[in-house]
Design a protein around this ligand. Structure first.
Ligand code: ATP
Length: 218
């Protein structure tokens, strides 16, 4: 609970491999800022993901592309903390680190895809995530919450319906946010490039220029 009972300023963090960042990520990020009234949202590239193979593009390049993509948009930032830490990038460590940087006037909200929520109980120290942040699940068309098991119980216990909790409590709730669906994935962008086809208009021009200058994903 917010002891001073003054409205909190919500800060969001959106983790991913961003390999590369595309308009699906960016449009979702901006809509989240507006729907949830976030002060800003940090796109946080993962250096060494715990749940998938290390991406073929370096963390440095992926972060550089995120930085180019958000330049000039005051509500979006690139957060490089996972690049600066050794070892596997556990979300709980990043959240604790970020929480320590924010003062008590801020609440912290982590964004995750609806696909990931089904497996959240496999995350490192998953039962501590809500002690540090709220979680916003991005609802994609046709998605469903788990209806039974550990994750279903956890959702039933923590689910909130209105985003005003982000202004009231520093952490502890799960929200679901529906956004404009944009059927774009980094996998598709990489495949187009590897097959000599153009991913133009699926991602910012400055990101495509970066990819082409460095001959990434060929
Ligand atoms: P890949 O195709 O390599 O698996 P991706 O396009 O799904 O990548 P990630 O970097 O893995 O991108 O995703 C980071 C976050 O962005 C995840 O929470 C994911 O659910 C979300 N996300 C990915 N694509 C979209 C999209 N088109 N619209 C909304 N959210 C997206």
């Amino acid at each position: 609970m917010n002891p001073a009972a003054r409205p909190l300023t919500p800060v969001g963090v959106f983790g991913g491999t961003f390999n590369p960042v595309h308009y699906g990520h960016l449009r979702s990020a901006l809509e989240l800022v507006e729907h949830l009234d976030l002060d800003h949202l940090r796109l946080m590239p993962c250096a060494t993901p715990p749940h998938r193979q290390a991406p073929m593009c370096s963390a440095e390049d992926r972060a550089a592309m995120v930085e180019l993509a958000v330049a000039g948009e005051p509500h979006l930032r690139c957060d490089r903390r996972e690049l600066e830490r050794e070892g596997v990038s556990y979300t709980i460590d990043s959240l604790l680190d970020l929480r320590a940087e924010l003062d008590q006037r801020h609440s912290l909200t982590m964004v995750m895809g609806s696909d990931a929520v089904h497996k959240i109980n496999s995350w490192h120290r998953w039962d501590e995530l809500l002690d540090v942040a709220h979680i916003v699940v991005l609802a994609r068309p046709g998605w469903q919450f788990p209806t039974e098991g550990e994750v279903a119980d956890w959702l039933a216990q923590h689910r909130a319906d209105a985003s005003d909790v982000l202004h009231r409590d520093t952490c502890g709730s799960v929200l679901v946010q529906e956004l404009r669906p944009l059927d774009i994935s980094s996998t598709e962008v990489r495949e187009l490039l590897a097959n000599g086809r153009s991913p133009r208009y699926l991602l910012p021009e400055c990101v495509l220029d970066y990819i082409q200058e460095r001959q990434l994903y060929l």
